[in-house]
Design a protein around this ligand. Structure first.
Ligand code: AMP
Ligand code: MG
Length: 205
């Protein structure tokens, strides 16, 4: 990709973000299941349509300084499948006690709205479109407004694909391919959100 094409793409991203003071970098973990290679065939305990958020990690970037100015992390208690599968606990390192002692999606939404009052005029971004779809699914299950309702969403993976014309990579591979240091546990909401924030800072900086 030519330097001009990259610059053009960067300007387009900067124009999209120009109306906002803050960008919330968000990553969710959710209930899930998969059948291991050594397991006999069985049906999934959690099918994709029934995934529920169990952790939200959110890192606030001040778009004026490109500094991280806040963080929000909560575990969320799932309602449809309150017991985490072994697969989910292994993937995310989230334990049953973490979600048992957590508040519901609706309660965490109230806490997040209070947190967000300190960072008005915001948009949010995540790595891919999964997180935005997951929040809608949670809201439908809980019969309440979606977390981050009303805030525009941007797909940072698409931004990255436009700036670096390479094959799609996972979040962790992308961090490493940019020469950044991966921090924390992969597939933990707050750590993934911190790493999404480093990618975005690197792209915009
Ligand atoms: P991530 O942000 O990549 O950690 O993934 C978010 C959620 O997607 C996880 O908490 C899981 O519910 C689901 N997920 C991610 N990777 C897998 C996988 N390999 N198999 C099944 N579900 C997954
Ligand atoms: Mg994650």
């Amino acid at each position: 990709m030519s330097i001009q094409a990259k610059l053009h793409h960067l300007r387009a991203i900067q124009n999209l973000l120009a109306p906002y003071r803050y960008l919330y970098c968000v990553d969710l973990e959710a209930t899930c299941d998969d059948v291991g290679v050594n397991e006999s065939p069985r049906s999934l305990v959690v099918v994709p349509d029934q995934m529920e958020t169990i952790e939200i990690g959110l890192v606030v970037i001040d778009l004026e300084s490109l500094e991280i100015v806040g963080e929000f992390q909560r575990f969320v208690r799932p309602q449809i499948h309150p017991t985490l599968t072994d697969f989910c606990k292994k993937l995310t390192s989230i334990q049953q006690t973490d979600v048992d002692s957590a508040r519901t999606y609706q309660e965490v939404g109230d806490e997040l709205r209070m947190f967000a009052e300190s960072y008005l005029n915001a948009a949010w971004a995540s790595w891919g479109d999964y997180d935005a779809r997951q929040l809608e699914r949670d809201a439908a299950f809980a019969g309440c407004p979606s977390l981050l309702e009303g805030l525009p969403h941007f797909n940072a993976r698409k931004w990255h694909a436009g700036l670096y014309d390479d094959r799609p990579k996972s979040l962790k591979q992308t961090v490493e391919s940019l020469g950044l240091v991966w921090r924390g546990s992969y597939h933990r909401g707050i750590d993934d959100a911190r790493n999404v924030a480093s990618i975005i800072k690197e792209m915009l900086g």
